[in-house]
Design a protein around this ligand. Structure first.
Ligand SMILES: C[S@@+](CC[C@H](N)C(=O)[O-])C[C@H]1O[C@@H](n2cnc3c(N)ncnc32)[C@H](O)[C@@H]1O
Length: 243
């Protein structure tokens, strides 16, 4: 059963930095669905992109896989081919729960779960790499290196899906998008207190960049073809394809 997210419902004296621990794992599917506009569309379309891009005999990486939503979408859309799906997360609590979920769906034989830091991962023979709302948690200084590793590990014709919370260079537009996102959360049942305490908890942990910065990094890593395929307020998803 999916538990309702009420982690920030009561007033908290001091607000600690957000971590993906056992408490978050218990409510994660509800939390991400009610917090990220377009989340379910992005996950479903990750599956649609997998159907088109995942190559026979290749590897497919879901980086920052949490409970495996993207991995499962990819698995369901690539049943007709032999490809290794590798789901990686550095939260032991996420990996443990994901393992239980995969076993219950009888998909664990196609999928390798790794509890590791994606910055230490060797990416090889990849036809698809997914970073759905994960790069935003990687320290800024490490993002270029990770993107180069992804580009180098992709096969020609392979695809990267990069979904992120973004910020806007224009101050007024940035403020508007943040307010619209908060309206989305309130419409999904979060109180003003929950919105504000969660924002404080993420302040030093989730570091959004502009779409321009993301595109520049993709180009620097070697991708000559990259653009946004989905956006709702300050949440966007890009695809980048290796020549
Ligand atoms: C917002 S969640 C990702 C959601 C997931 N991709 C989905 O679409 O359902 C971010 C995840 O990235 C993981 N994460 C953050 N930094 C990481 C790192 N350096 N290495 C591995 N996993 C990381 C967190 O533990 C968390 O589970």
């Amino acid at each position: 059963m999916i538990e309702r997210d009420n982690l920030f419902a009561r007033p908290l004296g001091t607000i600690a930095d957000f971590v993906f621990d056992e408490h978050v794992v218990n409510v994660f599917p509800d939390m991400i669905k009610r917090s990220v506009p377009g989340y379910e569309t992005i996950i479903a379309m990750t599956g649609t992109l997998a159907e088109r891009y995942v190559q026979e005999g290749s590897n497919c990486y879901d980086l920052g896989s949490s409970l495996g939503a993207s991995t499962l979408a990819i698995a369901r859309n690539t049943r007709d081919r032999r490809a290794n799906l590798v789901a990686v997360d550095n939260s032991p609590a996420m990996i443990a729960r994901c393992q239980t979920l995969l076993r219950s769906q009888q998909l664990s034989d196609r999928i390798t779960l790794e509890c590791a830091d994606i910055r230490d991962l060797t990416i090889v023979n990849a036809s698809m790499v997914v970073l759905n709302f994960t790069l935003q948690f990687v320290p800024l200084a490490d993002r270029d290196g990770l993107m180069s590793a992804i580009y180098n590990g992709l096969n020609p014709g392979g695809i990267l899906v990069l979904s992120e919370k973004v910020r806007f260079a224009d101050e007024g537009l940035n403020k508007l998008m943040i307010e619209l996102h908060h309206s989305f959360k309130r419409a999904n049942g979060y109180s003003e207190l929950e919105v504000s305490q969660k924002r404080d908890a993420l302040e030093n942990v989730l570091l959004p960049e502009t779409l321009g910065a993301h595109k520049a990094r993709l180009e620097k890593a070697g991708f000559s073809c990259a653009d946004v395929w989905f956006q709702c307020f300050n949440f966007a998803s890009l695809i980048a394809i290796k020549d």
